[in-house]
Design a protein around this ligand. Structure first.
Ligand SMILES: Cc1ncc(COP(=O)(O)O)c(C=O)c1O
Length: 349
């Protein structure tokens, strides 16, 4: 049986959270002398002198209406990277608990485990980049608090089989985090629809990819109200700055433009895959549900260096598990992809 109480670290359970000026008073008033802000204004927009809403209610309500998920099931982070760190700090006791990642995958789960001095167990994906359920079963022990999954996975590009994720959710008494940073490019549906069925499911999404707002740093964690309450207790009071709240709220009015960009990205991805597949230096293009493709080439290091000399930067993943001689290439615009393919055609090994 899943019991959240058993998973929360003792010090977090006992924590009395910081109470900020802006969270102690909410309502209308005309004179705010409670937060040691600059009462005279700011060199920028007038209201930048004020601390932002620590609970980002306006922004969350807007996201809630688009996603049809209650704000009680939502925590905003300074990028998903902050959400990853909050989850580890809430649930993993350093030098005692452990978490599991399914390699090859996004690097920040590992880095944040190390920063927090939490043991990391690595279970390799299968050769087709799907979950190794038997490996996971063997790796899980009584101190395993979190399993990080990424679907579509970075750097492999594939979505994980939903049935596999659900088998894990049904059999693991810790928390399963599914990082859906690239979900908007995927043929698979988001797992947010399953939140009500699985109290141990956490889904992360971000505004850094399909929404094109990487510079603003906004990630979302979706989970049960109980899990969100724990994360809220430990998040820095003003973790989402005022400019980000204002600008993302504005961006959310442009859902149609974003859907158009997603369509364009997917079309360019398919064209890029076809063109890459036709090149002699390309051994394999892995199927992608994301806005990048993983490509196995004849010699990743020399092709990477050659492209760099041409002013084209891709990600060399050849030192990563299961990714020998692989480059990860982000889908560019039509012109950028054309430039890439032209350069690759001129590469002499
Ligand atoms: C799988 C995955 N999760 C999270 C992130 C980072 O998201 P954010 O910009 O919201 O911190 C990335 C960025 O590359 C990613 O690939």
């Amino acid at each position: 049986m899943f019991d959240l109480n058993k998973l929360i670290r003792e010090n977090i359970k006992n924590l009395k959270p910081y109470s900020s000026a802006r969270s102690e008073f909410s309502g209308t008033a005309s004179v705010f002398l409670d937060a040691n802000e600059n009462s005279f204004g700011s060199p920028l927009t007038k209201w930048y002198n004020r601390y932002p809403d620590p609970q980002q209610l306006e922004l969350k309500n807007k996201i809630a209406s688009i996603k049809a998920i209650s704000i009680q099931n939502m925590l905003l982070g300074n990028g998903s990277d902050e959400c990853i760190d909050l989850l580890i700090r809430a649930f993993c006791e350093p030098q005692k608990d452990n978490l599991i990642i399914c390699s090859p995958t996004y690097g920040m789960y590992e880095v944040n485990a190390h920063i927090n001095n939490v043991e990391l167990k690595e279970v390799s994906l299968l050769p087709d980049f799907q979950l190794n359920l038997e490996g996971l079963e063997n790796a899980i022990d009584e101190n395993t608090k979190l399993v990080f999954l990424c679907s579509p996975n970075n750097p492999t590009g594939n979505s994980l089989h939903r049935e596999d994720i659900e088998i894990l959710l049904n059999n693991f008494e810790g928390i399963v985090i599914v990082d859906e940073a690239y979900i908007n490019y995927s043929r698979s549906r988001s797992l947010t629809a399953e939140l009500k069925d699985y109290p141990n499911l956490v889904v992360m999404q971000t505004f850094s990819k399909a929404w094109g707002l990487a510079a603003l740093r906004l990630g979302i964690t979706f989970a049960s109200g109980e899990i969100i309450d724990v994360l809220n207790k430990i998040k820095p009071p003003y973790n989402i700055n005022g400019a980000t709240q204002e600008l993302v709220l504005k961006a959310l009015e442009n859902l149609e433009d974003v859907n158009e960009m997603i369509k364009e990205t997917v079309a360019e991805r398919e064209s890029l895959v076809n063109q890459l597949t036709a090149l002699a230096i390309v051994k394999k293009v892995y199927p992608s549900d994301a806005n990048f493709v993983l490509v196995k080439v004849t010699d990743a290091n020399s092709i990477y260096n050659y492209l760099k000399e041409q002013g084209i930067i891709v990600r060399n993943r050849s030192n990563v598990l299961l990714c020998d001689d692989c480059l990860r290439i982000t889908v560019g615009t039509f012109m950028q992809n054309e430039q890439l393919i032209k350069a690759l055609k001129l590469f002499n090994s």
